[in-house]
Design a protein around this ligand. Structure first.
Ligand code: ADP
Length: 285
C-alpha cells in the first residue's frame, strides 16, 4: 500500500466536510475521485497531500504519518501534485519552467535560479521531461503562448519533473477542448509509465476521462465514500450513477456516452493485477 487514509474527518467549524473517509492506493493504480460539487473532493486532496491537517483519522504515505506535513516535505517524500488551474509562470519558457522544477527537486535553490539553464544536468533533465510530454519542440516558447492543452501538460510536466513516486492531479483536463482531452491523458499515462510512477490519483469531472483511464473509482458524496470499485462496477451501481455519474452527465452537455467499461488484466500503469483484484468479467483470457 502506497497511500492510506483511515477514518479521515475534516471539520470547517461545525461543518463536517469529510466524515470518516478511508481509502488505500496500491502499486500501479490509477484512481479517480469523483463526486458532485461540495462532496469533499478538494478537501480530501488537500488532506492527502498534507496541506490540511485532518480533524480526525490518519493519512499514511509509504507507511509514514503525513497528516498536515505540508507540500514541501511531502514532495521530498515522493508525492507531487498538479492543480485544476494551471500554475505556470506566463513569462517563463517551457524549458525554464521545467528547469525551475528540477532545481527545486535538486535543492539547489537561489544560487542556480540566478543562472537558470547554466547547469547541464538541470538542462538535460528539464529537456527530457519536456520531450516526454511532447513539448520538446516548444522548449523555448513562452508558457503564456501555449494552447490550453499544452499549458495543462506543462503544469503536469512540472509536477513530473519533481520525479515523484505518486502524483495527485486536480482535473488534469479541465479547460481542455473535448478533442484534446484524450491526447493530454494519453501523453500523461505514457509519461507516467516512462518515469515509473507508482500511482496516480486524479479528481476529474469528465466521466469519459474517468471511465476511460481509471483502474478504480472512488465516489464521494456528502463527505463520505459512497462507492470504491472498478469502473465496470461503478457503472453498474445505480446509486452512484444516480447521485454522481448521471448528474454530472446531465450538466456536462459536451460529454458523450462512454463505451461499456471492461476489466483489465493489468493496471493503467501496466502493473499486473493480482488474481483476486480482478472482476468476474475477466474470464480466462
Ligand atoms: P468539492 O471539491 O467536492 O466540490 P470541497 O472539498 O471543496 O468539495 O467542499 C466540501 C464542503 O466543504 C463544501 O460544502 C464547501 O462549501 C465546504 N468548504 C470547503 N472549504 C471550506 C472552508 N475553507 N471553510 C468552510 N467550508 C469549506
Amino acid at each position: 500500500m502506497i497511500l492510506e487514509a483511515h477514518g479521515v474527518r475534516k471539520l470547517y467549524g461545525a461543518y463536517v466536510a469529510l466524515d470518516g473517509v478511508s481509502l488505500s492506493i496500491r502499486e500501479g493504480e490509477f484512481v479517480s475521485i469523483i463526486g458532485p460539487n461540495g462532496a469533499g473532493k478538494s478537501t480530501l486532496i488537500n488532506v492527502l497531500t498534507g496541506v490540511l491537517p485532518p480533524s480526525g483519522g490518519s493519512v499514511r504515505f509509504k507507511g509514514r504519518d503525513i497528516a498536515g506535513i505540508g507540500t514541501v516535505a511531502l514532495t521530498r517524500l515522493g508525492m507531487a501534485r498538479s492543480f485544476q488551474l494551471v500554475q505556470i509562470f506566463p513569462e517563463l519558457s517551457v524549458l525554464e519552467t521545467l528547469q525551475a522544477a528540477v532545481i527545486s527537486r535538486l535543492g539547489r535553490g537561489a544560487r542556480l535560479l540566478a543562472s537558470l539553464g547554466a547547469d547541464r544536468e538541470v538542462h538535460t533533465d528539464a529537456l527530457e521531461v519536456a520531450t516526454l510530454f511532447g513539448l520538446g519542440d516548444k522548449a523555448h516558447a513562452l508558457a503564456r503562448a501555449l494552447p490550453q492543452g499544452d499549458k495543462k501538460l506543462l503544469d503536469v510536466a512540472s509536477a513530473f519533473a519533481l520525479r515523484p513516486e505518486i502524483i495527485l492531479l486536480d482535473e488534469p483536463t479541465s479547460g481542455v477542448s473535448t478533442a484534446d482531452k484524450h491526447v493530454v491523458m494519453d501523453i500523461l499515462v505514457k509519461a507516467a509509465k516512462r518515469i515509473g510512477l507508482r500511482a496516480i490519483i486524479q479528481v476529474e469531472h469528465d466521466m469519459d476521462i474517468v471511465f476511460g483511464y481509471s483502474d478504480r473509482i472512488i465516489a464521494l458524496h456528502q463527505g463520505k465514500v459512497l462507492a470504491d470499485a472498478t469502473p465496470a462496477a461503478i457503472q453498474a451501481d445505480q446509486r452512484v450513477v444516480d447521485m454522481v455519474v448521471g448528474r454530472r452527465r446531465a450538466v456536462d452537455s459536451r460529454s458523450n456516452p462512454s463505451p461499456p467499461v471492461g476489466e483489465r488484466a493489468a493496471t493503467v500503469l501496466g502493473v499486473k493485477r493480482a488474481e483476486h483484484e480482478r472482476g468476474p468479467s475477466d474470464g480466462d483470457v
